[in-house]
Design a protein around this ligand. Structure first.
Ligand code: GLN
Length: 228
């Protein structure tokens, strides 16, 4: 034994929410994406077999905290609140919260959002920041980003606040019906979370991540999914 404790011996269990292209989403029955592939490379370096559990986004932190999963990787932003519950790896990507509106929307800036209905995915940073800035009454929570975007299309909300890459994917999937405002709502760091009781795994994953960044593997995976 190498002293590396995992929930199931020999396996690295990653909790994610596979509704977040290009980081994690389904291709047929398989979960693919940047997070899935980076995690697979990390598992390889650690001599573990990667197992991905697709759960609700807001169950990831509690699931990792309780030791049900070895780590959480879901385009997850490092926040001070989450840091109270879990430990984070070094960051492996930057996320930007963006605003999606319909093509003919009167919303042109962040100021225009005041008093409007905002669609978000429950418990994401988009949800947390929008609730702080615009008030809980104006924030409509959905199970997935996709559900929020569908609500925007039928006029149930006036905009959706979500991370930039999924925003691009959702807008692209909807032809010319939607657009993304140029303004950045928030810039943040994505990282992998671990139980506070498993700093050994956190350390090992950071070492693996460092090597994978240095040898260009992380960039290669990012480039495969995000076309400049
Ligand atoms: N980056 C956002 C967050 O951490 C959204 C992540 C997600 O929806 N998977 O809250």
């Amino acid at each position: 034994k190498d002293g590396l404790e995992t929930v199931t011996e020999g396996k690295l269990t990653m909790a994610t929410n596979a509704t977040f292209p290009p980081y994690e989403y389904y291709e047929g029955k398989k979960i693919i994406g940047i997070d899935a592939e980076v995690a697979a490379e990390i598992a390889k370096k650690l001599n573990l077999e990667l197992e991905i559990a697709d759960i609700e986004f807001d169950s990831i932190v509690p699931g990792v905290q309780s030791g049900k999963y070895d780590m959480g990787m879901a385009g997850m932003t490092v926040t001070p609140e989450r840091k109270n519950s879990v430990n984070f790896s070094d960051s492996y990507a930057t996320g930007i919260q963006k605003v999606i509106v319909t093509k003919d929307s009167k919303i042109k800036s962040l100021d225009d959002i005041k008093g409007k209905n905002i669609g978000v995915q429950t418990s994401t940073t988009g949800d947390l920041y929008a609730t702080d800035d615009y008030g809980a009454d104006h924030v409509k929570k959905f199970d997935s980003g996709n559900a929020a975007v569908n609500a925007l299309k039928v006029g149930k909300v006036d905009c959706v606040i979500i991370d930039n890459e999924p925003a691009k994917a959702y807008v692209k999937a909807n032809g010319s019906a939607l657009k993304i405002l140029d303004t950045d709502y928030a810039v943040e760091d994505y990282a992998i979370c671990f139980s506070k009781d498993n700093s050994e795994l956190q350390k090992k994953v950071n070492e693996a991540l460092k090597e994978l960044k240095k040898d260009g593997t992380v960039q290669k995976i990012v480039d495969k999914y995000i076309k400049a």
